[in-house]
Design a protein around this ligand. Structure first.
Ligand code: ATP
Length: 790
């Protein structure tokens, strides 16, 4: 809860309920108060009234001044005038006869009417009523009542008594007629008064009704106000309670905050203490380390200084030694120079003697010059002889130039014949390709090799009896001893099953030996043919080992292609190699170089260009094989993808076909030739028969799909073997045969490996595989066509 948020608290309070408008309240208090305070006390009927006769005998008393003669507040006057509007006769009688009853009555009536009733009274009448007509009358009553004849009401009550009084007066009357007239006048006046009193009474009753209604209304308002007051009180109590609860909560929150603040402060202090402690220990450690380092540095510096000092001392010693040596040498040199000087002096002496000798010699030389002049003539003769010899040598150089030109011509001839030889070589390469293809055709466009794997360490000891009759010569035959059968005579017999293929590899054969046999087919792919090599056999018979081992057909084929492509470069050929790896599992294509989690989900379509003999698979990863090392990474990626996609119970590689597709696009820049070949290396799923596998559920579905695709492969080969021009080949019956459509049949070269397990337990599957391979071997497929690029 947010105790600081006053708004939230304020919002919880209820808005005050409707309070009656101050106008009404004012109206009630003023009107009600005034109505009650100004209401006339009931007429005192108990007061003993005097009869007319009694009053007639009384001496007349001075009448009080009429209200009009006194200074009256203008509002009071207005009120009286309002009364006049209703009872004009009374007003007039008051003014004309101050002593009459009517005047008094009229005044009180008008005062009364003016003091009550919001409708008939001017609103300001209360505020200007220090002495209302009523109060004036009340104040005057004891005096006026003495000579007042009677109020209209009293007159009414006293009416029966009037006749009696009159009768009494008749007795005492001294002027009967005038008295009678007076009485009649009085009677008529009483009658008038009666009428007026009746009207007044009626209006008073009406007023009473109005006041009753008004009182009821005011009572209702009071009730309403009381109830709203009670509601407000309740609300106020509720709000007070909420306020108290909120303030309690606020106090709690404050307390909690304070506790938390204290905790945090304590923790902060602790952390600060720890940090300070850590910092101090760090500081101490750093100072220690620093001191140690300083000491060490000092030690190092001191030792370096010592070394340097020693070195300098040594140098100084060496220099002083050198100085001493130099000084000695210099001294020696000076001595030597002194000796040389002495020698020079000796020489000078000798020279002087020599000059003498020279002069003698000069004379001798002059004699010689004359002799030499004679000799010059002899030499000129010799020069002439030498010039003749130079002429002779110059003529020999020309003959050498001729010989050089001759050599150059011979070299040009050699280059020409080399170019011719290269041309011839290229022509021969084309011829070789043709002849190579012819040899392959002669060997048959579908060939079958059989390979029997050796017994492995974990294998059962019981091996089948498999022999190789022509092992030493052609290596084309294999004989398998069938299972023991009882003859009709009850003897145990075993049947021998001989098979012959294009080549049989025994258990001792190596992958390299196998590859030598197929390398010519790989060469055909380089030459622009579609080649398909697939391994057929039961699970564990050695298909993957033959195809994808590190020295298997795939790596060896790629290596050979690299080597050959390189050697063909000097003949003008340049090759581009693209590799992709496909899996066919349960009739669904998967990209083994793609993502394992997209297996069986991503759709790949097979599209054929039958005219160009090209196959395209949509959304497949194609790797540029620009170095031979790449093939290893491709095989590893495919293998890891397969193991990710497989489960323990389902060894995916055994239950699916894998196809390594190598596209080889070549172009000869010298001859303009182009070729596009495809090498398909197929590792088929295990071929064990459904009945033998004992599979159920998902495994049964897999086995059915494998059997279907393998039997479709057999059907396609059989249909091709029939060799009917335009005959239907059921490629579309399975994904595998549809994928290999351009690599199976007339436009391609096909090689099938039938892989055999040496175990007796697998004998039945071995015989089935060998029989299937024999059927394929007996099939002759039409001539292969080279794929040339447009
Ligand atoms: N010629 C051989 N020399 C030595 N070992 C071999 C040979 N052929 C197969 N093997 C071994 O035999 C075992 C089974 O071979 P491989 O996995 O190649 O069989 P497979 O037919 O591909 O089986 P699957 O159908 O399950 O893929 C492997 O351990 C493999 O190393």
């Amino acid at each position: 809860m947010d105790y600081n948020n006053e708004n939230s608290f304020a919002s919880q309070l209820r808005p005050p309920s409707q309070i009656p408008t101050p106008g009404k309240l004012f109206e009630m208090s003023a009107a009600a108060t005034n109505a009650r305070s100004t209401m006339l006390p009931p007429p005192n009927n108990d007061r003993k009234r005097k009869t007319l006769a009694e009053r007639a005998g009384e001496p007349s008393r001075p009448t009080p001044a009429p209200p009009s003669s006194r200074p009256v507040n203008p509002h009071v006057r207005a009120t009286s005038l309002a009364g006049v509007a209703r009872e004009t006769s009374f007003s007039s009688s008051v003014s004309s006869r101050p002593s009459s009853v009517a005047s008094t009555r009229n005044t009180s009536g008008s005062s009364y009417s003016s003091s009550i009733g919001p409708g008939s009274r001017p609103p300001t009448s209360h505020s200007y009523r220090p002495q209302s007509a009523m109060s004036y009358q009340r104040f005057q009553r004891p005096v006026s009542s003495l000579n007042r004849p009677a109020t209209s009401l009293e007159a009414h009550e006293e009416e029966p008594g009037t006749a009696r009084n009159l009768g009494k007066r008749k007795v005492i009357a001294w002027d009967t007629d005038s008295r009678l007239e007076e009485v009649e006048n009085m009677c008529s006046q009483f009658k008038e008064k009666m009428d007026g009193a009746t009207t007044e009474s009626k209006s008073l009753r009406e007023m009473m009704g109005i006041y009753k209604i008004r009182i009821t209304e005011l009572e209702a308002i009071r009730t309403q106000l009381t109830s709203s007051n009670a509601a407000l009180q309740l609300e106020l109590d509720g709000t007070k309670a909420r306020l108290a609860a909120s303030s309690n909560e606020l106090d709690d929150a404050k307390r909690y905050q304070n506790i938390r603040l204290d905790d945090m402060q304590r923790q902060h202090r602790r952390e600060l203490e720890d940090a300070r402690h850590d910092a101090e220990s760090d500081q101490r450690r750093l100072i220690r380390e620093h001191t140690e380092r300083l000491t060490e540095l000092q030690r190092t510096l001191e030792s370096a200084l010592e070394d340097q000092r020693n070195r300098h001392q040594k140098e100084i010693q060496a220099l002083s030694l050198e100085g001493t040596t130099t000084q000695q040498e210099k001294e020696k040199e000076i001595e030597k120079q002194l000796r040389a000087y002495q020698a020079l002096e000796d020489d000078l002496r000798n020279c002087k003697s020599d000059v003498v000798k020279e002069q003698d010699l000069n004379n001798e030389l002059r004699a010689k010059v004359s002799r030499l002049t004679n000799n010059i003539a002899d030499l000129e003769t010799s020069v002439q002889r030498l010039e003749g010899h130079i002429h002779f040598l110059e003529s020999d150089n020309k003959s050498q130039s001729h010989a050089f030109a001759d050599l150059e011509a011979r070299m040009q001839n050699a280059l020409r014949s080399a170019a011719e030889a290269n041309d011839k070589l290229r022509t021969e390469e084309t011829l070789r390709r043709k002849l190579h293809n012819q040899v392959q055709e002669l060997k048959g466009n579908i060939r079958v090799f059989c390979r029997v794997r050796p017994s492995l360490e974990g294998d059962a000891v019981d091996t089948a009896r498999i022999t190789y009759p022509d092992d030493e010569t052609d290596s084309k035959e294999v004989e398998v001893m069938g299972p023991e059968e009882k003859s009709s005579l009850g003897n145990n017999t075993t049947k021998k099953y001989p098979f012959a293929f294009d080549r049989v590899f025994g258990p001792r054969s190596k992958n390299q030996d196998v590859f030598e046999e197929i390398s010519q087919l790989v060469q055909s792919a380089l030459d622009g043919y579609n080649v398909c090599i697939f391994c057929y056999g039961q699970t564990g018979s050695g298909k993957t080992y033959t195809m994808s081992a590190s020295d298997g057909m795939i790596p060896l084929a790629v290596n050979q292609i690299y080597d050959t492509a390189k050697s063909l470069e000097e003949k003008g050929w340049k090759y581009k190699m693209e590799g992709s790896f496909i899996e066919v599992y349960n009739e669904v294509l998967n990209d083994l170089l793609g993502k394992a989690d997209e297996f069986d989900k991503k759709k790949h379509e097979i599209k054929h260009d039958l005219q160009k003999g090209k196959t395209i698979i949509t959304d497949i990863t194609t790797v540029d094989l620009d170095s031979s090392g790449k093939v290893d990474s491709i095989l590893q990626r495919a293998s890891s993808n397969r193991s990710v996609a497989s489960t323990k119970a389902n060894e995916r590689s055994s239950r699916s076909h894998s196809v390594f597709i190598l596209k080889l696009i070549g172009e000869n820049s010298l001859t303009g030739e182009k070729s596009e070949g495809t090498l398909n290396l197929v590792d088929l799923a295990g071929s064990e028969r459904l009945a033998h596998s004992g599979a159920t559920g998902e495994r049964l579905k897999e086995t059915q799909s494998i059997n279907k695709s393998l039997s479709c492969l057999g059907d396609v080969i059989a249909a091709l073997g029939q060799g009917k021009e335009g005959g239907h080949i059921p490629y579309r019956n399975s994904k595998l045969t549809y994928l290999l459509q351009n690599s199976l049949g007339g436009n391609s070269k096909t090689l099938m490996f039938v892989m055999i397990s040496p175990l007796q337990a697998h004998l039945s599957e071995t015989l089935t595989s060998l029989k299937f391979a024999t059927k394929v071997h007996n099939t002759h497929i039409g001539t292969a066509k080279k794929q040339t690029k447009a």
